[in-house]
Design a protein around this ligand. Structure first.
Ligand SMILES: C[S@@+](CC[C@H](N)C(=O)[O-])C[C@H]1O[C@@H](n2cnc3c(N)ncnc32)[C@H](O)[C@@H]1O
Length: 309
């Protein structure tokens, strides 16, 4: 730890145990304004030691070797000084109990997005959902797939569905494809490149899900510094954050089977506006779903007709 990011020189030369390093780093992270200070310290130390996090509790009194400490020091500095998210430093993040590769080319999947997966599954596994032709497989589109988190979570739950995942970012699609490979779902998901529905022109789906960019440009100054390490294209959508959702809602009807559902993740204060947009676009049974903090996080609607829902 150098300057701010390391103990005083005399401390540097002595031997440090796992517990001492954790305590020092937690305190340092707290002073740097990092909320999940202890957890971040544990995750980064486990990464530097190349051991599972829970192993740290068994090894509290174990001295940390100089090489390991050097690796840890670099990680601590990046986290505290440059505010690089832990997921990027580790190169992975868990979502839906699956491990996803994460780089600066993709949005790190967030726990809030599990609300979207739950909403989709509740319809797909609910009574009466399915294509009008019972012999046809259910078709699902994940629009703006990023790391592939939503599509691959759904693939893991729905062995009989056909999944398509698209993104405007080629670099993100590359990571999504790697994740499909890692999770042994490569054959299950078709990855397509392009703007919104353009890569699926002429196709219809029983379910369209999307966690599109929805951060308002006008809020840029209020954002946590960690977001600077994620792709702009994954975050921002015009002055009010609704540029992409507006186009998505307007275009979705032409790509849904009769009775199919659209679910969109959004920022809680956008829920009422997007519900109105869905209704104006012709959707029925418009509903909202709440995240763990009980804020509206997902809104959805059914395309009229019978068949899918
Ligand atoms: C908020 S991220 C969501 C990533 C992932 N689905 C998740 O939930 O973790 C939004 C994604 O939409 C993509 N995107 C942005 N604008 C797009 C557009 N016009 N058409 C298709 N994808 C777009 C971004 O590249 C990014 O991967």
């Amino acid at each position: 730890m150098s300057g701010e990011a390391r103990p005083a020189t005399s401390d540097r030369d002595r031997s440090w145990t796992v517990l001492e390093l954790l305590r020092w780093t937690t305190d340092y992270f707290k002073r740097a304004g990092i909320e999940s200070a202890r957890l971040d310290a544990e995750l980064l130390l486990a990464h530097a030691l190349e051991s599972p996090r829970l192993r740290l509790y068994v090894d509290y009194e174990k001295p940390v070797l100089p090489d390991e400490r050097d690796r840890f020091r670099q990680l601590v500095r990046s986290r505290a000084v440059d505010r690089v998210p832990v997921s990027i430093l580790l190169g992975e993040r868990e979502f839906w109990s699956l491990s996803f590769k994460v780089t600066r080319d993709v949005l790190t999947p967030r726990p809030d997005t599990e609300t979207l997966v739950e909403a989709a599954l509740s319809k797909l596994k609910g009574p009466g959902f399915g294509p009008a032709d019972p012999g046809r497989r259910v078709r699902i589109l994940d629009l703006g797939t990023g790391s592939g988190a939503i599509a691959l979570a759904l693939a893991s739950e729905l062995p009989d569905a056909d999944l398509t995942a698209s993104d405007l970012s080629q670099a993100a699609l590359q990571i999504a494809a790697e994740n499909a490979d890692r999770l042994q779902q490569k054959e299950r998901v078709r990855f397509l490149h392009g703007d919104l529905f353009e890569p699926v022109a002429g196709e219809r789906f029983d379910l369209v899900v999307s966690n599109p960019p929805y951060v308002a440009r006008r809020d840029e100054g209020k954002l946590p510094p960690e977001l600077a390490h994620e792709p702009e294209m994954a975050l921002f959508a015009g002055e009010d954050g609704l540029d992409v959702i507006r186009r998505l809602v307007a275009g979705a009807g032409a790509h849904l089977s009769p009775g199919g559902w659209l679910f969109v993740e959004l920022s809680p204060e956008q829920a009422v506006t997007v519900e109105q947009q869905l209704t104006s676009a012709g959707f029925v049974d418009v509903e909202r779903r709440f995240d763990l903090a009980r804020r509206p996080r997902v809104v959805g609607g059914r395309w009229p007709g019978t068949g899918s829902g």
